[in-house]
Design a binder for this molecule. Structure first.
Ligand code: ADP
Ligand code: MG
Length: 365
């Protein structure tokens, strides 16, 4: 069976908003809920501002299966068709990015989008294993102050007793490379070969904990770094299988990204569209803002405006995800508390702009 071609709808970057409930401190301070969801519509209101997104999820607690089904499940299915995909969690520190993605192993929340994606992936593999041979690899990195850190370094052996690492010993420096046909790859990171859901979960957990404990000041570190968990799915159809999903060989990547806290990207400039360097600025978020601005503005796009992917490691790595060949979903995480209204408004404006970005998903053979 030939892979299903990408539809026009697949090309738009999809944006969903996840509003968490008021939490501990906000309740203690008597904060009021200032974000209103319009019933039955993907719309919300903050003061005099109203926004429409692809999806809006209210304060229902953990990421629901509806959120997974609507936002991430189509991307997981697409991997089997050979389409790359990216899920980005954006928002201020404390807005629920880690909770939503499901990498907060310290919080004991395992219902996030990544665990749900892994589940769906293995269910699908199981249902197809008579027809197709699969190979899965995962990598998990963190970008902090423009340095790429390997979160699976020092990972113990997988439970199957095999060392899943397939990287070369001697640790070459981590480098971002671009192949002659424009594919971005990361060289020098641990690439774990995994066969089971349990092994993949071990990688996610090991990396998440390594991220949280990698610094003496953990909150600061994880709020200032970007974490990227990448699953690579390779498939080869088995001989004599007429009903196989892939004709020969397909390879697709799913990037699951927990971005640094957006409060570091202060908006400046008369048109508010350009992000400038400020105190503690995060180069990746700054560049991401500028990439979104260049791609999301139809006039700039038509004029062939320069897209500054090379301004940061984050945007370089996500070059395929924004304006590239990937299917991309941004989950904008917000606090409903009135004390966070200004940051919430910034997040909603930023996310709203990302909706204008067009990608060109292609099958990766
Ligand atoms: P971020 O990663 O954006 O800094 P976290 O995911 O760490 O934010 O969330 C901040 C706090 O809010 C954590 O204590 C987390 O458990 C809590 N929290 C976040 N989202 C939710 C939610 N949907 N329901 C309940 N608690 C949440
Ligand atoms: Mg976090």
């Amino acid at each position: 069976m030939e892979p299903i071609p990408a539809t026009a709808d697949d090309c738009c970057v999809k944006v969903a908003v996840h509003i968490r409930p008021l939490i501990g401190d906000e309740n203690l301070q008597g904060c009021k809920d200032c974000v209103t969801v319009v019933p039955g519509k993907p719309q919300l209101q903050l003061g005099a501002h109203s926004f429409t997104f692809d999806h809006v999820y209210g304060s229902t607690g953990s990421p629901s299966s509806a959120m997974f089904e609507e936002c991430v499940s189509p991307l997981v299915d697409g991997l089997f068709q050979g389409y790359n995909a990216t899920v980005l969690a954006y928002g201020q520190t404390g807005s629920g990015k880690t909770y939503t993605m499901g990498t907060g192993f310290k919080d004991g929340c395992q219902t996030g989008l990544i665990p749900q994606a892994m589940n769906a992936l293995f269910n699908k593999i199981e249902s197809l294993q008579n027809q197709v041979e699969f190979q899965l690899h995962v990598s998990f990195i963190e970008i902090l102050k423009e340095e790429v850190r390997d979160l699976l370094d020092n990972k113990p052996e997988l439970t199957n007793g095999q060392n899943g690492k397939v990287n070369i010993p001697g640790k070459p420096p981590i480098q971002i490379r671009e192949t002659s046909n424009g594919v971005i790859t990361l060289a020098g990171t641990t690439d774990c070969s995994v066969k089971t859901l349990k092994e993949m979960t071990e990688c996610l957990e090991h990396g998440s904990l390594s991220r949280a404990t990698g610094s003496t000041n953990m909150n600061n570190q994880s709020s200032r770094s970007h974490a990227i968990f990448t699953i690579t799915l390779e498939q080869v159809s088995k001989p004599n299988s007429n009903d196989s999903m892939c004709d020969e060989y397909l390879c697709a990547k799913l990037h699951l990204v927990d971005l640094a806290g957006s409060e570091r990207a202060k908006r400046t400039g008369s048109d508010g569209m350009r992000f400038k360097e400020g105190v503690h600025i995060n180069r990746g978020l700054l560049a991401l803002g500028n990439v979104i601005s260049a791609l999301g503005d139809e006039k700039k796009r038509k004029e062939g405006a320069h897209v500054p992917y090379r301004d940061s490691k984050l945007t370089r790595l996500l070059q395929d995800s924004l304006g590239g060949n990937s299917r991309t979903v941004m989950i904008a995480c917000v606090s409903p508390a009135d004390i966070n209204a200004e940051e919430t408004l910034n997040t909603l404006k930023y996310a709203n702009r990302a909706r204008n970005i067009q990608n060109k998903p292609v099958v990766n053979r």
